[in-house]
Design a protein around this ligand. Sequence first.
Ligand code: F6R
Length: 610
Amino acid sequence: MCGIVGYIGNKQASKIIIDGLKRLEYRGYDSAGIATLNGKIQLNKGKGKVANLEKMIGDSQNGSIGIGHTRWATHGEPNDINSHPHISQNGKLALVHNGIIENYNTLKKKLNDQGYEFYSETDTEVVAKLIESFLEKDSSSLKKAVQLALHQVTGTYGIALVHSDFPDQIIVARKGSPLLLGVGDGEMLIASDASAVAAYTDKVVYLDDGEIAVITKDDYTVESSDQVELTKEIHELALSLEEIEKGGYDHFMLKEIFEQPKAISDCLRGRINAEEGTITLGGIENVMDQLVNANRIVIAACGTSWHSGLVGEYLFEYLAKVPVEVEYASEFRYKEQLIGEGDVMIVISQSGETADTLAALREAQSRGALVLGVVNVVGSTIARETDAGVYIHAGPEIGVASTKAFTAQVTVLTLMAIRLGLEKGTIKKEEAQKLIKELALIPSKIESILENTDHIEHISRLFSYAPNFLYLGRSYSFPVALEGALKLKEISYIHAEGYPAAEMKHGPIALIDEMMPVVVIAATHHTNDKMISNIEEVKARKGRIIAITTSENGEVSDLAEFSTIIPATMDVFSPLLSVIPLQLLSYYVAVNRGCNVDQPRNLAKSVTVE
Ligand code: F6R
């Protein structure tokens, strides 16, 4: 969601903060702001992109300490006033916030009674003024005032603040929203995401919930919620600048689509041995017995990660014969909690920070289930809180629409399912050898799809102005249909629905006429005949078929108005290939419509509020 960045050192803070905000813009981009300290607070903020803010401040923003923010609105519409930083009534304190202060109305009333006035509709302004109210009673310690204020706050926050009476420190605190410190030489950075600090340091300290840190240019101290000083581990960042830049592509999304062969190879590296038919997953070897003996597996995730979880359900049930339930993380929490000892939960998250997924993880853990993570961002909260896990190693994903994370997540789930099948004896060694050999070929098969994008670009031009799309698939292709529809809606704003192909007859078929593009994913052998019948049903109603199929399914190509041929593979691996043309289709449609592909309206990359 919102992005936070701060700097304290000897350089001009604004340059570093603006640079960091640009790198964080994918997290939220309805407004941006900066406050630096140069004797007094210098504040600039407004609706729009970081580039607008950069233009607004020119060379005028001075000081070698400051904080900045990119906003994804929760309370109050995106406008200049609601943008962060928010300042205290006396203008001495500036604060940025990510999260939601749930009791802000109660606090606001109390502060109103004490004479504080509010200019914005945000929950954040309340925190700035609450801290100010404590400082008015005791101005000796900014940290103490922050601690007292945060005791009164319910909800989630990652906050950073500066105060003109304490010109040599930044205070940060976290509960539920990620924050890290970047440790430099004679300078320190703070950020909600490592990509904002990677250009300046490779040493980071991750804050945990309840912690507060006082940062000076040479040092930092971290305290727990019960005010015990902590020695925090310094982690080394394995993040190159190249990975977080567009590298000649028009958009991060396109770059990330094209990175998929590499992402999957990285994900497989060191984990598979095709000759022996073995799979090693270092992160979960210690808990393998518990996984093997699990009564059932519950997968919890959101959005695209939930779709990869659905593919996982097919994989685990087919390969390891273990019952799987896939839950929206946001719904899981509010259901009767039947999960417990003997169950395994797998949480899937690219960012490792999604609030609902984190909440599901904590709920399952508190009830005694073993919780495994399938996460991309190393050191993220979900990665740290799960009992064990397997990183997907897709590299930084900056485009808001998830692409390479999906295929890498599916790859990890495939590895886990094959390994579990081997452990349980539900697949034989020879079968595993065949599977692993084919899995190792997937990166080059994706490459061959990516070598022929002209055809998909051509289809995209014909259908860019269709008001609706339908995506149909069966078995492994059903979650791919959901994912294809999600990709299209989020970046091109075209209404799209994914459906199990046979379910179409139970309702959506009413939508089909000569105006309706129907994307049919006919990539699995065992459902081919049935898919052909579904295609006939659509054609009989004049729907326009765009098929994603293999050369082996000649009948599908003959029936479809357009078909994109992907390489044949085993059914279990088909999502890894069939999703690629759908990612490209949505990308080109969005580009044709002039949409902002990497930063679609209303969305944020990492959803850290519930
Ligand atoms: C869609 C998309 C989102 C995320 C979802 C979960 O393209 O990116 O639907 O998949 O917000 O995010 P993570 O995986 O970070 O938990």
